[in-house]
Design a protein around this ligand. Structure first.
Ligand code: PMP
Length: 443
């Protein structure tokens, strides 16, 4: 598209032309409402003044109260009252909101030191480094572990931050079918000359990159089989636990605990604090040697301003509760409640005749809509009935497997979930989404 000057191409031109972007103009309708409260089990969104699909934030001033099924607030720590919120507020008074500079300059506070020690202890690793953003943890740290001459073997559904990190690294990348151990082994077999010592292999190193729980599928990686392959083929493992840390395992220690795998068998345990901990930022846990290498080389540690004090304090407080070190059973109660809520919600949706993806233990529950054209309507109809949800399509998923993605929380009551199920059932009938139903005819 040309505007004005002959031959002048707008800066965004290559990106806006693709037809799915135009589809997104319409789908934006679902999200284009600012939130005006804490994103807890319930939240308020602002009513729009016009039905404009662009980023138009003209509001009427009216708040729409919704039940929240869209936040990653797995353990219910996203709150503005109680001991964790009080401690974060106290941290602002003590340290302020700003950080002095990057971690390698003057930006390391005593809270970072305390937090890194706690993360390492929680996960059973020697050491840990924390970073101001989860996305940057993947995208800037993978490139300092492997590069030209290395091979990355990556699950096809890995998160965009992992994909970006792998691409930025300059390593060769091979992709295997999601959670398919046999496909992974075929790649590993081809990549190594079996029986040869590590130094004689065609690749300097081989790094396998996977997630614990997949955020669009609700699937849990087959970790024990992966560990066996990693050992057999002498590869390294980068495990992203953004959605599994806190949310999975009897004590919230994630996918290693869930599968009873020794954390020592995972080279890099990566995760984020935006989900189970109700805060912000990311971490990597591993051996002392490797974590020190990250501290001094990662762009997100070296060149980026460090994590803010109240953010760090919120993580310390919530992790202390999860570990039971606050002297209560609150952490265990939250973990059990989340597991119970997730199982109940998933089972009920299946009973109603919906197609639901993922593992029964996963707090992420994708409800399949398939047709991209229906996802905006699904979201809008739920919103009209007081339920706030997230719908996902291309490029987060293939366009033909568009879906609604519910995130359960320990803060949801049984009454909340029953209300949500009644709404989803009604909207599912309206849009012909249950497998026992025919799609309504167009005329
Ligand atoms: N890894 C995975 C698997 C994710 O789903 C996300 C985002 N939800 C990230 C990393 C990035 O984390 P953050 O949003 O905390 O920056």
């Amino acid at each position: 598209r040309e505007t004005g000057m002959q031959g002048f191409v707008p800066l965004f031109a290559d990106f806006e032309a693709f037809y799915t972007r135009n589809l997104y103009m319409r789908i934006r309708d679902c999200w284009n409402r600012p939130i005006s409260s804490v994103p807890g089990s319930h939240f308020d969104v602002l009513e729009r003044a016009t039905d404009d699909y662009n980023w138009n934030f003209r509001m009427t001033g009216r708040k729409i109260p919704l039940l929240n099924l869209g936040s990653y607030n797995y353990l219910g720590f996203a709150q503005n009252e109680g001991p964790c919120a009080d401690a974060a507020a106290q941290a602002i008074r003590e340290y302020g909101v700003a950080s002095a500079s990057s971690r390698t300059e003057l930006g390391t506070s005593e809270l970072h030191v305390k937090l890194e020690k706690l993360v390492a202890e929680f996960l059973g690793k020697e050491d840990a480094v924390v970073v101001g953003m989860g996305f940057a943890t993947n995208s800037t740290i993978i490139p300092i572990l492997c590069g030209k001459g290395s091979l990355v073997i990556s699950d096809e559904l890995n998160h965009a931050s992992l994909v970006l990190g792998c691409r930025l690294s300059g390593a060769s990348i091979q992709v295997f079918k999601h959670n398919d151990i046999e496909a992974l082994e075929r790649l590993l077999k081809r990549a190594v000359v079996e029986g040869q010592p590590r130094t004689h292999r065609p690749w300097k190193k081989i790094v396998i990159v996977v997630e614990g729980i997949y955020s669009m599928e609700g699937s849990i990686f087959r970790l024990p089989e992966l560990i066996a392959l990693k050992k057999k083929y002498k590869a390294y493992l980068w495990l992203d636990e953004a959605h599994s840390v806190g949310a999975l395992g009897a004590h919230g220690r994630g996918v290693t605990e869930f599968h009873n795998v020794d954390p020592a068998d995972v080279d890099i345990m990566m995760g984020t604090f935006t989900k189970s901990f109700g805060s912000a930022g990311g971490y990597c846990a591993g051996s002392k040697e490797i974590i020190n290498h990250m501290r001094t080389h990662a762009h997100s540690s070296f060149h980026a301003t460090s994590m803010s004090a109240p953010v760090a304090q919120q993580i310390i407080s919530s992790m202390t509760v999860i570990m039971g070190r606050d002297g209560t059973d609150d952490g265990q109660r939250r973990i059990a409640q989340l597991a119970d809520n997730a199982r109940f919600f998933r089972t009920e949706l299946k009973k109603m005749g919906f197609i639901v993806y993922g593992n029964d233990a996963s707090p992420i529950v994708p409800l399949m809509i398939f047709q991209a054209s229906k996802i905006a309507a699904f979201s809008r109809e739920c919103l009209k009935r007081g339920v706030g949800i997230v719908v996902v399509g291309f490029p987060a998923t293939p366009i033909i497997t568009s879906r609604a993605r519910f995130c359960l929380s320990a803060s949801h009551t049984r009454e909340d979930l029953e209300k949500a199920l009644a709404v989803i059932s009604e909207v599912g009938n309206l849009l012909g989404m249950k497998v026992s139903q025919k799609t309504p005819s167009r005329d």
